[in-house]
Design a protein around this ligand. Sequence first.
Ligand SMILES: O=P(O)(O)OC[C@H]1O[C@H](O)[C@H](O)[C@@H](O)[C@@H]1O
Length: 445
Amino acid sequence: MLKFKTQHLEKFILDAEISMIQPMVTVADEMLRKGIGAGSAYTDWLHLPTEYDKDEFARIQAAAKKIQSDSKVLVVIGIGGSYLGARAAIDFLNEYFNNYLPDEQRDFPQVLFVGNSIAPAYLNSLINVIGDRDFSVNVISKSGTTTEPAIAFRVFKQMLEEKYGVVGARERIYATTDAKRGALKTLADTEGYEEFVVPDGVGGRFSVLTAVGLLPIATAGGDIEQLMAGAAAGEVEYADADLAKNPAYQYAAYRNILYRKGYTTELLINYDPTLLQFGEWWKQLQGESEGKDGKGIFPATGNFSTDLHSFGQYIQDGRRNLFETLFRVTEPVTDVVIPEMDADDGLGYLQGEKMSYVNRTASEGTLLAHVDGGVPNMIVEVDKQNEFSLGQAIYFFEVAVAISGYLNGINPFDQPGVEAYKRNMFGLLGKPGYEDITYQLQQRL
Ligand SMILES: O=P(O)(O)OC[C@H]1O[C@H](O)[C@H](O)[C@@H](O)[C@@H]1O
Protein backbone atom coordinates (compact mmCIF):
# COMPACT_ATOMS: atom_id res chain seq x y z
CA MET A 1 0.00 0.00 0.00
CA LEU A 2 1.12 3.56 -0.73
CA LYS A 3 1.54 6.17 1.97
CA PHE A 4 2.09 9.89 1.55
CA LYS A 5 3.85 11.61 4.45
CA THR A 6 4.14 15.32 5.05
CA GLN A 7 5.37 15.72 8.63
CA HIS A 8 8.59 17.30 7.41
CA LEU A 9 6.73 20.14 5.74
CA GLU A 10 5.73 21.64 9.09
CA LYS A 11 8.16 24.51 9.06
CA PHE A 12 7.36 25.36 5.44
CA ILE A 13 3.57 25.11 5.17
CA LEU A 14 0.82 26.07 7.63
CA ASP A 15 -2.32 23.96 7.99
CA ALA A 16 -4.28 27.05 7.06
CA GLU A 17 -2.62 27.10 3.66
CA ILE A 18 -3.95 23.65 2.93
CA SER A 19 -7.48 24.72 3.91
CA MET A 20 -7.12 27.75 1.68
CA ILE A 21 -6.16 25.74 -1.38
CA GLN A 22 -9.06 23.26 -0.94
CA PRO A 23 -11.57 25.32 -2.99
CA MET A 24 -9.10 25.42 -5.88
CA VAL A 25 -8.53 21.68 -5.58
CA THR A 26 -12.29 21.16 -5.69
CA VAL A 27 -12.44 23.10 -8.95
CA ALA A 28 -9.44 21.22 -10.38
CA ASP A 29 -11.13 17.94 -9.46
CA GLU A 30 -14.29 18.97 -11.31
CA MET A 31 -12.28 20.05 -14.33
CA LEU A 32 -10.63 16.66 -14.44
CA ARG A 33 -13.56 14.40 -13.60
CA LYS A 34 -16.32 16.21 -15.43
CA GLY A 35 -14.10 16.63 -18.46
CA ILE A 36 -14.46 20.42 -18.49
CA GLY A 37 -10.79 21.32 -18.09
CA ALA A 38 -8.28 22.10 -20.81
CA GLY A 39 -7.08 18.98 -22.61
CA SER A 40 -10.01 16.90 -21.39
CA ALA A 41 -9.87 14.79 -24.56
CA TYR A 42 -6.72 13.23 -23.08
CA THR A 43 -8.01 12.04 -19.73
CA ASP A 44 -8.95 8.44 -20.56
CA TRP A 45 -6.00 7.23 -18.46
CA LEU A 46 -8.17 8.18 -15.46
CA HIS A 47 -10.31 5.05 -15.81
CA LEU A 48 -7.82 2.90 -17.68
CA PRO A 49 -7.10 0.60 -14.71
CA THR A 50 -10.69 -0.64 -14.82
CA GLU A 51 -11.87 0.18 -18.33
CA TYR A 52 -9.09 -1.23 -20.46
CA ASP A 53 -9.60 -3.43 -23.50
CA LYS A 54 -9.69 -6.94 -21.98
CA ASP A 55 -9.35 -8.71 -25.35
CA GLU A 56 -6.27 -6.73 -26.21
CA PHE A 57 -4.91 -7.40 -22.72
CA ALA A 58 -5.16 -11.15 -23.39
CA ARG A 59 -3.44 -10.65 -26.75
CA ILE A 60 -0.62 -8.81 -24.97
CA GLN A 61 -0.18 -11.71 -22.58
CA ALA A 62 -0.15 -14.17 -25.47
CA ALA A 63 2.36 -12.08 -27.43
CA ALA A 64 4.61 -11.87 -24.36
CA LYS A 65 4.52 -15.67 -24.06
CA LYS A 66 5.37 -16.08 -27.73
CA ILE A 67 8.31 -13.68 -27.45
CA GLN A 68 9.49 -15.52 -24.33
CA SER A 69 9.40 -18.79 -26.26
CA ASP A 70 11.06 -17.67 -29.49
CA SER A 71 13.42 -14.84 -28.47
CA LYS A 72 16.34 -14.22 -26.17
CA VAL A 73 16.04 -10.47 -26.66
CA LEU A 74 13.13 -8.10 -27.09
CA VAL A 75 14.22 -4.84 -28.68
CA VAL A 76 11.82 -2.10 -27.64
CA ILE A 77 11.88 0.88 -29.99
CA GLY A 78 10.33 4.08 -28.68
CA ILE A 79 11.05 7.47 -27.13
CA GLY A 80 9.46 9.58 -24.39
CA GLY A 81 6.21 8.10 -23.19
CA SER A 82 6.73 5.22 -25.61
CA TYR A 83 9.57 3.73 -23.53
CA LEU A 84 10.04 5.45 -20.18
CA GLY A 85 7.22 3.67 -18.36
CA ALA A 86 8.20 0.20 -19.53
CA ARG A 87 11.81 0.82 -18.66
CA ALA A 88 10.93 2.15 -15.22
CA ALA A 89 8.68 -0.82 -14.52
CA ILE A 90 11.18 -3.42 -15.71
CA ASP A 91 13.92 -1.93 -13.53
CA PHE A 92 11.54 -1.67 -10.58
CA LEU A 93 10.44 -5.29 -10.86
CA ASN A 94 13.71 -7.02 -11.66
CA GLU A 95 17.17 -7.43 -10.30
CA TYR A 96 19.28 -4.46 -11.27
CA PHE A 97 21.83 -6.48 -13.25
CA ASN A 98 19.24 -8.81 -14.75
CA ASN A 99 20.14 -7.78 -18.29
CA TYR A 100 23.77 -8.68 -17.70
CA LEU A 101 23.02 -12.27 -16.79
CA PRO A 102 23.76 -14.92 -19.42
CA ASP A 103 20.68 -16.32 -21.16
CA GLU A 104 20.74 -19.59 -19.26
CA GLN A 105 20.53 -17.72 -15.96
CA ARG A 106 17.62 -15.54 -17.00
CA ASP A 107 13.98 -16.69 -16.90
CA PHE A 108 12.81 -14.14 -19.45
CA PRO A 109 14.21 -12.40 -22.52
CA GLN A 110 16.50 -9.45 -22.16
CA VAL A 111 14.54 -6.29 -22.89
CA LEU A 112 16.71 -3.61 -24.48
CA PHE A 113 15.64 -0.12 -25.48
CA VAL A 114 16.61 1.78 -28.61
CA GLY A 115 15.16 4.63 -30.65
CA ASN A 116 15.34 6.81 -27.55
CA SER A 117 18.28 8.71 -28.99
CA ILE A 118 19.89 9.24 -32.39
CA ALA A 119 23.31 8.11 -31.19
CA PRO A 120 24.80 5.67 -33.72
CA ALA A 121 27.30 4.12 -31.28
CA TYR A 122 24.48 3.18 -28.91
CA LEU A 123 22.57 1.48 -31.71
CA ASN A 124 25.63 -0.38 -32.97
CA SER A 125 26.47 -1.49 -29.47
CA LEU A 126 22.97 -2.89 -29.06
CA ILE A 127 23.33 -4.81 -32.32
CA ASN A 128 26.57 -6.27 -30.96
CA VAL A 129 24.91 -7.31 -27.72
CA ILE A 130 22.18 -9.15 -29.62
CA GLY A 131 24.83 -11.00 -31.60
CA ASP A 132 23.40 -14.04 -33.31
CA ARG A 133 20.70 -14.61 -30.70
CA ASP A 134 17.02 -14.79 -31.60
CA PHE A 135 15.20 -11.53 -31.08
CA SER A 136 11.89 -9.76 -31.63
CA VAL A 137 11.01 -6.11 -31.93
CA ASN A 138 8.26 -4.06 -30.32
CA VAL A 139 8.11 -0.75 -32.15
CA ILE A 140 6.10 1.81 -30.19
CA SER A 141 4.98 5.24 -31.32
CA LYS A 142 1.62 6.80 -30.59
CA SER A 143 1.90 9.31 -33.41
CA GLY A 144 3.69 6.80 -35.59
CA THR A 145 5.80 9.58 -37.03
CA THR A 146 8.55 10.24 -34.47
CA THR A 147 11.98 10.43 -36.12
CA GLU A 148 14.16 8.71 -33.50
CA PRO A 149 12.21 5.44 -33.29
CA ALA A 150 11.49 5.48 -37.03
CA ILE A 151 15.23 5.46 -37.80
CA ALA A 152 15.90 2.65 -35.33
CA PHE A 153 12.99 0.62 -36.68
CA ARG A 154 14.35 0.76 -40.21
CA VAL A 155 17.61 -0.71 -38.97
CA PHE A 156 16.02 -3.51 -36.95
CA LYS A 157 13.40 -4.30 -39.59
CA GLN A 158 16.21 -4.79 -42.07
CA MET A 159 18.14 -6.94 -39.59
CA LEU A 160 15.10 -9.12 -38.91
CA GLU A 161 14.35 -9.53 -42.59
CA GLU A 162 17.93 -10.54 -43.33
CA LYS A 163 17.95 -13.03 -40.47
CA TYR A 164 14.47 -14.54 -40.74
CA GLY A 165 13.24 -13.53 -44.21
CA VAL A 166 10.39 -11.11 -44.82
CA VAL A 167 7.73 -13.52 -43.60
CA GLY A 168 9.71 -14.65 -40.58
CA ALA A 169 10.42 -11.02 -39.66
CA ARG A 170 6.72 -10.20 -39.68
CA GLU A 171 6.15 -12.82 -37.01
CA ARG A 172 8.65 -11.06 -34.78
CA ILE A 173 7.53 -7.47 -35.12
CA TYR A 174 4.90 -6.05 -32.77
CA ALA A 175 3.68 -2.55 -33.50
CA THR A 176 2.08 -0.41 -30.79
CA THR A 177 0.55 2.72 -32.26
CA ASP A 178 -2.59 4.74 -32.92
CA ALA A 179 -5.72 2.82 -33.90
CA LYS A 180 -6.17 4.72 -37.16
CA ARG A 181 -3.44 7.19 -38.06
CA GLY A 182 0.28 7.56 -38.65
CA ALA A 183 3.08 6.13 -40.75
CA LEU A 184 3.64 3.22 -38.35
CA LYS A 185 -0.04 2.26 -38.50
CA THR A 186 0.07 2.26 -42.30
CA LEU A 187 3.26 0.23 -42.35
CA ALA A 188 1.94 -2.27 -39.80
CA ASP A 189 -1.26 -2.74 -41.79
CA THR A 190 0.63 -3.20 -45.04
CA GLU A 191 3.17 -5.64 -43.61
CA GLY A 192 0.70 -7.48 -41.41
CA TYR A 193 2.42 -7.02 -38.05
CA GLU A 194 0.58 -7.83 -34.86
CA GLU A 195 -0.77 -4.47 -33.69
CA PHE A 196 -1.57 -2.99 -30.32
CA VAL A 197 -3.30 0.29 -29.72
CA VAL A 198 -2.42 3.46 -27.85
CA PRO A 199 -5.94 4.74 -27.14
CA ASP A 200 -6.81 8.20 -28.50
CA GLY A 201 -7.59 9.65 -25.09
CA VAL A 202 -4.32 8.61 -23.48
CA GLY A 203 -1.27 10.80 -24.07
CA GLY A 204 2.19 9.26 -24.39
CA ARG A 205 3.33 10.12 -20.88
CA PHE A 206 0.16 8.58 -19.42
CA SER A 207 0.38 5.42 -21.54
CA VAL A 208 2.41 3.00 -19.41
CA LEU A 209 -0.70 1.03 -18.46
CA THR A 210 -1.63 0.49 -22.12
CA ALA A 211 0.09 -1.92 -24.51
CA VAL A 212 2.90 0.66 -24.66
CA GLY A 213 4.12 -0.45 -21.26
CA LEU A 214 2.32 -3.73 -20.82
CA LEU A 215 3.89 -5.77 -23.62
CA PRO A 216 7.54 -5.09 -22.68
CA ILE A 217 6.73 -5.44 -18.97
CA ALA A 218 4.93 -8.76 -19.46
CA THR A 219 7.71 -10.04 -21.72
CA ALA A 220 10.21 -9.29 -18.95
CA GLY A 221 8.14 -11.45 -16.62
CA GLY A 222 6.05 -8.76 -14.93
CA ASP A 223 2.58 -9.68 -13.70
CA ILE A 224 0.54 -7.10 -15.59
CA GLU A 225 -2.71 -8.16 -13.92
CA GLN A 226 -1.26 -7.17 -10.57
CA LEU A 227 0.04 -3.96 -12.10
CA MET A 228 -3.47 -3.05 -13.24
CA ALA A 229 -4.90 -4.14 -9.88
CA GLY A 230 -2.56 -1.72 -8.09
CA ALA A 231 -3.58 1.09 -10.42
CA ALA A 232 -7.23 0.18 -9.91
CA ALA A 233 -6.71 0.51 -6.14
CA GLY A 234 -5.35 3.99 -6.87
CA GLU A 235 -8.37 4.78 -9.02
CA VAL A 236 -10.57 4.20 -5.97
CA GLU A 237 -8.29 5.75 -3.40
CA TYR A 238 -7.40 8.96 -5.23
CA ALA A 239 -10.86 10.00 -6.37
CA ASP A 240 -12.10 12.16 -3.50
CA ALA A 241 -12.06 15.93 -3.94
CA ASP A 242 -11.60 16.33 -0.20
CA LEU A 243 -7.90 16.89 0.44
CA ALA A 244 -8.11 15.23 3.84
CA LYS A 245 -9.11 11.99 2.12
CA ASN A 246 -6.94 12.04 -0.97
CA PRO A 247 -3.14 11.66 -0.67
CA ALA A 248 -2.56 12.24 -4.40
CA TYR A 249 -4.44 15.53 -4.25
CA GLN A 250 -2.51 16.44 -1.10
CA TYR A 251 0.72 15.90 -2.98
CA ALA A 252 -0.55 18.13 -5.80
CA ALA A 253 -1.67 20.80 -3.34
CA TYR A 254 1.53 20.82 -1.27
CA ARG A 255 3.78 21.08 -4.29
CA ASN A 256 1.72 24.00 -5.61
CA ILE A 257 1.88 25.80 -2.29
CA LEU A 258 5.64 25.29 -2.30
CA TYR A 259 5.88 26.47 -5.90
CA ARG A 260 4.06 29.69 -5.05
CA LYS A 261 6.59 30.29 -2.27
CA GLY A 262 9.49 30.11 -4.68
CA TYR A 263 10.34 26.42 -4.51
CA THR A 264 10.51 25.96 -8.24
CA THR A 265 12.53 22.74 -8.55
CA GLU A 266 11.41 19.36 -7.29
CA LEU A 267 13.78 16.47 -6.87
CA LEU A 268 12.33 12.97 -6.83
CA ILE A 269 14.71 11.15 -4.52
CA ASN A 270 15.51 7.45 -4.41
CA TYR A 271 18.07 5.38 -2.53
CA ASP A 272 18.13 2.42 -4.86
CA PRO A 273 19.27 2.18 -8.49
CA THR A 274 16.24 0.04 -9.35
CA LEU A 275 14.14 3.18 -8.80
CA LEU A 276 16.28 5.44 -10.98
CA GLN A 277 14.27 4.82 -14.13
CA PHE A 278 11.05 5.48 -12.26
CA GLY A 279 12.47 8.96 -11.73
CA GLU A 280 13.06 9.28 -15.48
CA TRP A 281 9.44 8.32 -16.18
CA TRP A 282 8.30 10.81 -13.53
CA LYS A 283 10.40 13.60 -15.08
CA GLN A 284 8.56 13.32 -18.40
CA LEU A 285 5.20 13.08 -16.67
CA GLN A 286 5.85 16.20 -14.62
CA GLY A 287 7.93 18.21 -17.05
CA GLU A 288 5.78 17.77 -20.14
CA SER A 289 2.56 18.20 -18.19
CA GLU A 290 3.49 21.28 -16.18
CA GLY A 291 6.28 23.16 -17.91
CA LYS A 292 4.45 25.61 -20.14
CA ASP A 293 3.21 29.18 -20.43
CA GLY A 294 6.40 30.31 -18.68
CA LYS A 295 5.44 28.36 -15.59
CA GLY A 296 5.94 25.04 -13.85
CA ILE A 297 7.99 23.18 -11.30
CA PHE A 298 11.23 21.91 -12.83
CA PRO A 299 11.41 18.13 -12.28
CA ALA A 300 14.77 16.62 -11.44
CA THR A 301 15.94 13.50 -9.70
CA GLY A 302 18.33 12.67 -6.89
CA ASN A 303 19.78 9.18 -7.02
CA PHE A 304 21.08 8.82 -3.49
CA SER A 305 23.35 8.20 -1.82
CA THR A 306 25.31 8.39 -5.12
CA ASP A 307 24.32 11.99 -5.85
CA LEU A 308 24.89 13.11 -2.28
CA HIS A 309 28.53 12.84 -3.25
CA SER A 310 28.03 14.96 -6.37
CA PHE A 311 25.43 17.70 -5.94
CA GLY A 312 24.53 16.99 -2.32
CA GLN A 313 26.44 20.16 -1.47
CA TYR A 314 24.06 22.22 -3.61
CA ILE A 315 20.98 20.67 -2.08
CA GLN A 316 22.22 21.37 1.42
CA ASP A 317 23.59 24.87 0.89
CA GLY A 318 22.83 26.22 -2.56
CA ARG A 319 20.03 28.43 -3.81
CA ARG A 320 16.89 27.77 -1.75
CA ASN A 321 14.42 27.00 -4.51
CA LEU A 322 14.47 23.21 -4.10
CA PHE A 323 12.11 20.75 -2.54
CA GLU A 324 12.34 16.98 -2.42
CA THR A 325 9.92 14.09 -2.69
CA LEU A 326 11.44 10.89 -1.38
CA PHE A 327 10.11 7.84 -3.22
CA ARG A 328 10.91 4.74 -1.22
CA VAL A 329 10.05 1.09 -0.74
CA THR A 330 9.97 0.03 2.89
CA GLU A 331 10.61 -3.73 2.56
CA PRO A 332 13.96 -4.51 0.97
CA VAL A 333 13.83 -7.05 -1.86
CA THR A 334 17.03 -8.72 -0.62
CA ASP A 335 19.59 -7.80 1.97
CA VAL A 336 23.26 -7.97 2.81
CA VAL A 337 24.68 -8.32 6.28
CA ILE A 338 27.79 -6.25 6.79
CA PRO A 339 30.51 -8.83 7.47
CA GLU A 340 32.01 -9.17 10.91
CA MET A 341 35.78 -9.00 10.75
CA ASP A 342 38.83 -7.71 12.50
CA ALA A 343 39.54 -4.85 10.16
CA ASP A 344 40.76 -1.39 10.91
CA ASP A 345 38.25 0.28 8.59
CA GLY A 346 36.18 2.18 11.14
CA LEU A 347 33.12 0.02 10.44
CA GLY A 348 33.15 -2.04 13.61
CA TYR A 349 29.99 -0.31 14.87
CA LEU A 350 28.08 -1.48 11.79
CA GLN A 351 29.20 -5.08 11.57
CA GLY A 352 26.36 -7.55 11.65
CA GLU A 353 23.89 -4.82 10.60
CA LYS A 354 21.82 -5.10 7.46
CA MET A 355 22.70 -2.82 4.59
CA SER A 356 19.01 -1.97 4.19
CA TYR A 357 19.08 -0.57 7.74
CA VAL A 358 22.12 1.57 6.94
CA ASN A 359 20.51 2.76 3.70
CA ARG A 360 17.26 3.63 5.43
CA THR A 361 19.13 5.44 8.19
CA ALA A 362 21.17 7.36 5.62
CA SER A 363 17.91 8.47 4.02
CA GLU A 364 16.51 9.64 7.35
CA GLY A 365 19.66 11.51 8.30
CA THR A 366 19.80 13.15 4.88
CA LEU A 367 16.15 14.12 4.94
CA LEU A 368 16.51 15.84 8.32
CA ALA A 369 19.70 17.60 7.22
CA HIS A 370 18.02 18.87 4.06
CA VAL A 371 14.96 20.04 5.99
CA ASP A 372 17.27 21.86 8.41
CA GLY A 373 19.04 23.36 5.42
CA GLY A 374 15.75 24.78 4.12
CA VAL A 375 14.62 22.06 1.70
CA PRO A 376 10.98 21.01 2.19
CA ASN A 377 10.56 17.22 2.07
CA MET A 378 7.64 14.92 1.38
CA ILE A 379 7.63 11.12 1.30
CA VAL A 380 5.83 8.76 -1.06
CA GLU A 381 6.26 5.27 0.30
CA VAL A 382 5.20 1.83 -0.88
CA ASP A 383 5.67 -1.27 1.23
CA LYS A 384 6.73 -3.78 -1.42
CA GLN A 385 8.69 -3.54 -4.64
CA ASN A 386 6.12 -5.41 -6.68
CA GLU A 387 3.62 -4.91 -9.51
CA PHE A 388 0.74 -3.88 -7.28
CA SER A 389 2.70 -1.09 -5.55
CA LEU A 390 4.07 0.07 -8.87
CA GLY A 391 0.60 0.30 -10.43
CA GLN A 392 -0.63 2.29 -7.48
CA ALA A 393 2.38 4.63 -7.54
CA ILE A 394 2.00 5.22 -11.28
CA TYR A 395 -1.64 6.16 -10.83
CA PHE A 396 -0.82 8.32 -7.79
CA PHE A 397 1.62 10.47 -9.76
CA GLU A 398 -0.61 10.62 -12.85
CA VAL A 399 -3.65 11.87 -11.00
CA ALA A 400 -1.52 14.25 -8.95
CA VAL A 401 0.06 15.89 -11.97
CA ALA A 402 -3.34 16.43 -13.57
CA ILE A 403 -4.66 18.23 -10.48
CA SER A 404 -1.38 20.04 -10.03
CA GLY A 405 -1.47 21.34 -13.60
CA TYR A 406 -5.00 22.65 -13.23
CA LEU A 407 -4.05 24.30 -9.93
CA ASN A 408 -1.32 26.12 -11.80
CA GLY A 409 -3.66 27.23 -14.55
CA ILE A 410 -2.22 25.27 -17.45
CA ASN A 411 -3.34 22.45 -19.72
CA PRO A 412 -1.57 19.39 -18.26
CA PHE A 413 -2.27 17.27 -21.32
CA ASP A 414 -0.59 19.03 -24.23
CA GLN A 415 3.08 19.55 -25.10
CA PRO A 416 3.29 22.30 -27.73
CA GLY A 417 6.86 23.20 -26.79
CA VAL A 418 8.23 19.85 -27.92
CA GLU A 419 7.61 20.80 -31.56
CA ALA A 420 10.15 23.64 -31.65
CA TYR A 421 13.24 21.42 -31.76
CA LYS A 422 11.60 19.05 -34.24
CA ARG A 423 10.79 21.91 -36.60
CA ASN A 424 14.39 23.12 -36.56
CA MET A 425 15.75 19.60 -36.95
CA PHE A 426 13.47 18.97 -39.94
CA GLY A 427 14.42 22.33 -41.43
CA LEU A 428 18.13 21.59 -41.12
CA LEU A 429 17.74 18.04 -42.41
CA GLY A 430 15.82 19.26 -45.44
CA LYS A 431 12.60 17.39 -44.73
CA PRO A 432 10.04 18.20 -47.44
CA GLY A 433 7.72 20.94 -46.24
CA TYR A 434 10.34 22.70 -44.09
CA GLU A 435 12.46 24.24 -46.88
CA ASP A 436 11.39 27.78 -45.95
CA ILE A 437 13.33 27.74 -42.68
CA THR A 438 16.41 25.77 -43.78
CA TYR A 439 18.45 28.73 -44.99
CA GLN A 440 17.65 30.97 -42.03
CA LEU A 441 18.62 28.25 -39.57
CA GLN A 442 21.85 27.43 -41.38
CA GLN A 443 22.88 31.08 -41.24
CA ARG A 444 22.61 31.00 -37.46
CA LEU A 445 24.93 28.05 -36.98
O1 LIG B 1 4.87 7.84 -29.13
P1 LIG B 1 5.35 8.91 -30.03
O2 LIG B 1 4.25 9.52 -30.83
O3 LIG B 1 6.48 8.43 -30.91
O4 LIG B 1 5.92 10.05 -29.13
C1 LIG B 1 7.02 9.94 -28.31
C2 LIG B 1 7.19 11.23 -27.56
O5 LIG B 1 7.30 12.25 -28.54
C3 LIG B 1 7.30 13.60 -28.12
O6 LIG B 1 8.46 13.92 -27.48
C4 LIG B 1 6.15 13.89 -27.21
O7 LIG B 1 6.28 15.17 -26.68
C5 LIG B 1 6.07 12.88 -26.09
O8 LIG B 1 4.92 13.13 -25.31
C6 LIG B 1 6.01 11.50 -26.64
O9 LIG B 1 5.96 10.58 -25.58
